[in-house]
Design a protein around this ligand. Structure first.
Ligand SMILES: [Zn+2]
Length: 288
């Protein structure tokens, strides 16, 4: 009797494991750090991938801590895509994430990107590299190619499919880049003001200057408040851009001081091409 029970149990375990395999071999399980990476992986991977994002919409990659359900996803993943820059979420959690799954392929999306060094007291005090690489369409093109390379490294059978998908998405990114260039190149005003300094790569690509309110990634000091108010008056800036992940208190104060307004733009939106198109539209209007 006992033996039969044991045999039944063993069959049950084998059956469960087999079923589990069947559902997971269907698609590649890919885990990514931030929402824009999810968008890039889904565009290249199409129907072949199932993507889980660690820092959910509305959360800040400078502070987020994953929950146990997310870490479970990591243990079943075939691939992890990291931003690859010193963004706080990855500094704090990547070691733990990678230790949970030793067979998972790791894709560093930042390979080949010309990183921008920032001074220690500038923004993200933990590092001297600006982490926000994804906000330049040309950087994104490189990131998309890194994701493509990683996908064919673990799933070469679908190379042709991934290439077609990648080429279509890169064509969209190229057209976005040309559109942004056209909209911004004739502006006399080259400065724009943001609360959180996430647009440095974008500013570099299009010859603009980002003026940020934050000091060391925190609420600004009185000195920096004074400095940005003077800058705003000097360049006749009337609009301050904030993002949904950050408080707008000091931005509101500065807006009152300069007789301007506060507008929200999202550095972490899901539909990347559509969102950047919208950002450039409001930016372009603010730079008249
Ligand atoms: Zn940021």
């Amino acid at each position: 009797m006992k033996l039969i029970f044991h045999i039944t149990l063993i069959f049950l375990v084998i059956f469960t494991v087999q079923c589990g395999r069947e559902t997971t071999t269907d698609k590649l399980n890919v885990v990514v750090s931030i929402v824009p990476l999810q968008e890039f992986v889904e565009n290249v991977g199409g129907e072949k991938v199932s993507v889980t994002v660690m820092v959910p919409p509305g959360a800040s990659p400078h502070a987020y801590e994953p929950n146990p359900a997310q870490l479970m996803k990591v243990s079943k993943a075939h691939m992890y895509v990291k931003v690859g820059t010193p963004i706080e979420f990855e500094i704090a959690w990547l070691g733990k994430i990678l230790s949970m799954n030793s067979t998972m392929h790791v894709c560093d999306a930042s390979i080949g990107i010309d990183l921008i060094a920032v001074s220690q007291d500038d923004e993200h005090e933990q590092s001297n590299v600006d982490p926000h690489i994804w906000l330049s369409p040309q950087n994104t093109r490189i990131m998309v190619n890194n994701i493509y390379d990683a996908l064919i490294a673990i799933n070469g059978d679908n190379e042709q499919y991934y290439r077609t998908q990648r080429d279509a998405y890169c064509a969209e990114l190229d057209s976005l880049h040309r559109r942004v260039e056209q909209m911004l190149q004739k502006k006399k005003k080259r400065q724009f003001m943001v609360y959180h300094a996430s647009w440095r790569y974008f500013a570099r690509d299009y010859g603009l200057e980002q003026i940020s309110i934050e000091t060391d990634g925190k609420e600004p000091t009185a000195r920096n408040m004074e400095y940005v108010i003077l800058k705003a008056l000097e360049h006749n800036i009337r609009i301050i851009f904030v993002s949904p992940q950050f408080s707008t208190k000091s931005a509101d104060v500065i807006a009152r001081e300069i007789g301007g307004t506060v507008t929200s733009i999202d550095p972490l939106a899901k539909d990347y091409v559509k969102n950047l198109g919208e950002v450039v539209r409001v930016l372009s209007a603010a730079m008249e």
